[in-house]
Design a protein around this ligand. Structure first.
Ligand SMILES: [Zn+2]
Length: 83
């Protein structure tokens, strides 16, 4: 095991999900998939306002552990075109 480059949490692959899925990254990944916040939220099974909070640079909230895992798997799936 190695440690997250940013928060020092033990990780298998360099950066933990919490440090990886920054508001900027969520927005960027969503832009790449060409979906609105609403569509993105629907695909993940969360409310639109939840995605809006994740993408907020100030006053937002971090995705829960479960949602971090969803972001990781779903965006990869969608990027491969399996929607
Ligand atoms: Zn970290």
């Amino acid at each position: 095991m190695i440690r997250c480059r940013r928060c020092n949490m033990t990780r298998a692959d360099g950066l933990c999900l919490r440090c990886k899925w920054t508001p900027q990254r969520i927005r960027r990944e969503r832009a790449k998939l060409k979906v609105t916040q609403d569509m993105f939220a629907h695909g993940l099974g969360v409310a639109w306002v939840t995605v809006a909070r994740w993408e907020a640079l100030t006053g937002g909230s971090q995705p829960s552990k479960r949602n971090l895992a969803l972001l990781e798997t779903k965006t990869a799936e969608w990027a491969r075109g399996r929607r």
